[in-house]
Write a protein that binds this ligand. Structure first.
Ligand SMILES: Cc1cc2nc3c(=O)[nH]c(=O)nc-3n(C[C@H](O)[C@H](O)[C@H](O)COP(=O)(O)O)c2cc1C
Length: 403
């Protein structure tokens, strides 16, 4: 298969096509698709596309900058890599590769609880600003061990994901024989064999070095309980008994910035702050969990209104263009997270592919800012999606000038 030079990849849609060529179908669909009828997957895009921005002209934007401060740290872009389970199956050491790209781009990388590379390996080999994403299991003590590990490995912030109380109904995974932990089975063996670049370049490299790729952050006790074989193979435990008390407990044991991911309701955002969170991530999990949920971008304004003045409000689900980032910021988000974009990139070309995904979004955001007439992200927050731009802060008329 011919991969064009990455500079010829002009947008995320093209990167996605490259990922489709390389990955076994089961893996590509695991990344790409939604849940059930995939209504929310479409709605996440439709909701962004319905939003129009009203540009201002004749503003000096020559010194524009998309830098932003989040939890007291400067980011080169208002963007972080979202946690995505099993990114290490898309490329050999995929999590390390994406984290390196994020570090070089000056943005945070979030490592999923369900990553292939261990949190220690990612910290040692990639560095940069690292956030750890925590899924909680019914055995809370096991989850709390992960928090302690994340702290000793140097992770700077913790994301607690709260929108996955049970396993989502992703029918394509069942058809494709894709599961986490990953197993080779009669449903996927031909699919894997039909993708030699992945088979030798990813699976082959793992088998020749560290063995069958596993979810390396799982505590040993959980790994053992998942080790049974056969049709009744056990699944990852469900966390359907979590409550706000569990969040308070995480707050007690984690002293760094704490984000709650998967918030779509203003009252839940208030509750998260009352339990000690420093930020919320408005997210519907990229349309992968509850198919009838609201688009994150539609839920954003009421959440910004409820807690935006006292917490960092971030958003993900459906970002495919830099102008989507501009829209999210115009509606009050401080920053966005991107999930599939870096996964398509890493599948296509490892660290360079992930870097290309980030660079495409950065370039598109920069152009959007220029066209909108906003030299800084603060100015973007004041843009309205329609109607008038109230309290416009740029170049206020100097005293004595004509109105
Ligand atoms: C393949 C894949 C795996 C994911 N795994 C996790 C995960 O382990 N933990 C989590 O909090 N979110 C997970 N997510 C959701 C992302 O963090 C994020 O919310 C979503 O991808 C954002 O939407 P986007 O892909 O349209 O950018 C996953 C998403 C994808 C695509």
């Amino acid at each position: 298969m011919f991969t064009p030079p990455l500079e010829q990849i002009l947008n995320l849609a093209q990167l996605r096509e490259l990922a489709r060529d390389v990955l076994p179908r089961g893996m590509f669909e695991y990344v790409d698709r939604g849940t059930e009828d995939e209504v929310l997957l479409r709605e996440n895009r439709d909701a962004f596309e319905r939003i129009r921005l009203r540009p201002r002209v004749l503003v000096d934007v020559s010194g524009r900058s998309a830098k932003v401060k989040l939890f007291g740290k400067e980011l080169s872009l208002p963007m972080a890599v979202a946690p995505t389970g099993a990114a290490g199956l898309m490329y050999h050491n995929g999590e390390v590769e994406i984290a390196r790209a994020a570090a070089k781009a000056g943005i945070p990388f979030s490592l999923s609880t369900y990553s292939i590379n261990s949190m220690e390996q990612v910290a040692d080999e990639a560095g940069g600003q690292l956030w750890f994403q925590l899924y909680m299991w019914p055995d809370r003590a096991m989850s709390h061990q992960l928090v302690a590990r994340a702290r000793s490995a140097g992770y700077e912030a913790l994301i607690t994901t709260v929108d996955t109380p049970t396993g989502p109904n992703r029918e394509y995974n069942a058809r494709n024989g894709f599961s986490l932990p990953f197993h080779i089975n009669r449903h996927n063996v031909w699919d894997l064999a039909a993708h030699p670049r992945w088979l030798f370049g990813v699976m082959g490299r793992y088998l020749a070095t560290s063995g069958m790729p596993r979810l390396e952050n799982l505590p040993d006790a959980l790994r053992h309980s998942l080790a049974a074989k056969g049709p009744k193979r056990p699944q990852l435990p469900k966390s359907d008994s979590l409550t706000w008390q569990d969040l308070r407990e995480v707050r007690r044991i984690w002293d760094g910035p704490l984000m709650v991911k998967g918030i779509l309701h203003a009252e839940d955002a208030r509750m998260a702050l009352a339990c000690g969170a420093d930020g919320v991530i408005v997210s519907n999990h990229g349309g992968r969990n509850l198919d009838c949920a609201v688009a994150s971008i539609d839920a954003l304004p009421e959440i910004v209104e409820a807690v935006g003045h006292r917490a960092e409000v971030m958003l993900d689900s459906g970002i495919r263009r830099g102008s989507d980032i501009a829209k999210a910021l115009a509606l009050g988000a401080k920053a966005v997270l991107v999930g599939r974009a870096p996964l398509w990139g890493v599948a296509a070309a490892g660290e360079r592919g992930a870097a290309r995904a980030i660079a495409i979004l950065a370039d598109e955001l920069d152009r959007s800012m220029a066209f909108l007439g906003v030299p800084s992200l603060d100015a973007l927050h004041c843009l309205q999606r329609s109607g008038h731009a109230a309290n416009w802060p740029i170049n206020p008329p100097s005293k004595g000038s004509a109105p």
